[in-house]
Design a protein around this ligand. Sequence first.
Ligand SMILES: Nc1ncnc2c1ncn2[C@@H]1O[C@H](COP(=O)(O)OP(=O)(O)O)[C@@H](O)[C@H]1O
Ligand SMILES: CCCC(=O)OP(=O)(O)O
Length: 358
Amino acid sequence: MSEIFRILTINPGSTSTKIAIFDNEKPVMETTLRHPAEEINKYEKIFDQYEFRKNVILETLNENGINLTKLSAVVGRGGLLKPIQGGTYKVTDKMLEDLKVGVLGEHASNLGGIIANEIAKQLNIPAFIVDPVVVDEMDDVARISGMPEIERKSIFHALNQKAVARRAAKEMGKSYQEVNIIVAHLGGGISVGAHHMGRVIDVNNALDGEGPFSPERTGGLPVGDLAKMCFSGKYTLDDIKKKIKGKGGLVAYLGTNDGREVVKMIEEGNKEAELVYQAMAYQVAKEIGSCAAVLKGKVDAIVLTGGIAYDKTFVKWIQNRVEFIAPVIIYPGEDEMIALAEGGLRVLRGEEEAKIYE
Ligand SMILES: Nc1ncnc2c1ncn2[C@@H]1O[C@H](COP(=O)(O)OP(=O)(O)O)[C@@H](O)[C@H]1O
Ligand SMILES: CCCC(=O)OP(=O)(O)O
């Protein structure tokens, strides 16, 4: 009989921490711990959330009767490192240093590798990250922003985007390398990627003012007005950064980062909530249209995924605008936890060597 590896996967997102235990590919436990905006926004820096997130993870594992000494490895969602290729990476001191300072910025996923390492270290087992948010496969033409001092960056839900694109290709009876797919991940942040034969050749920077607005981010803004605001004397750089990420989007308009709360507001007759929520769907549809142009109209499928894809009305609003491009497939939630486990398993089984972050 083949060996059974028990893997703990840790996925810190902007609005949640997801954890799961797998025995090989089989899920044994899976849970999502949601973090309301008022709980998460009281921390100045992402690293300040370290103790809070680590403790809720350990408490939840304990409540579920998980014996940590039986683990073979811990795999975390990878954060804002320097741009790298996709794959499974061993957590190293150099990586931890970059995750702690946030070399490419602040996002909850920076804590994935750090917490995975902390738990693994106590147990003397390996810690890995898989397909971090900085996976970069963009075409050079997509890097040009229009201002030479600023280059566009590939920062997105790489782990889930690639996992669901593979799933969609498989369901079409093809390999990921044979298809063109547009994936819209609708989470705390929103990313829309153009997948061309196995590579994400263009995608909005989901973290830093590109693409649609999201539950907690502004997405792209009219830059002239933003520049005036920056120099109005009313705000510090930190204030502006928080307005763009953390306190933007639904949080700014409606005071919540929770799509389900917005649905409730709409059901109670809140017209502003309805308009703002519709605007978010409208912007996602527009971004999908841009990706269709990137792929020269040759699109095999459009995939809508992430937490907000559970909302059938929101999905319908997008679908109505984009179904003329290609068939729309809905995968609510994400395939991130199994993708993390599979990344760890490939290394533990010796099918792949863990990459080293330089
Ligand atoms: N049934 C639902 N209807 C609307 N929004 C939902 C639903 N389920 C989850 N969401 C929303 O999805 C978002 C989180 O998506 P998720 O992919 O889990 O993101 P993250 O990893 O950023 O936490 C939150 O705004 C959450 O409220
Ligand atoms: C950093 C891009 C990925 C992202 O936005 O993730 P969340 O939606 O989990 O915040």
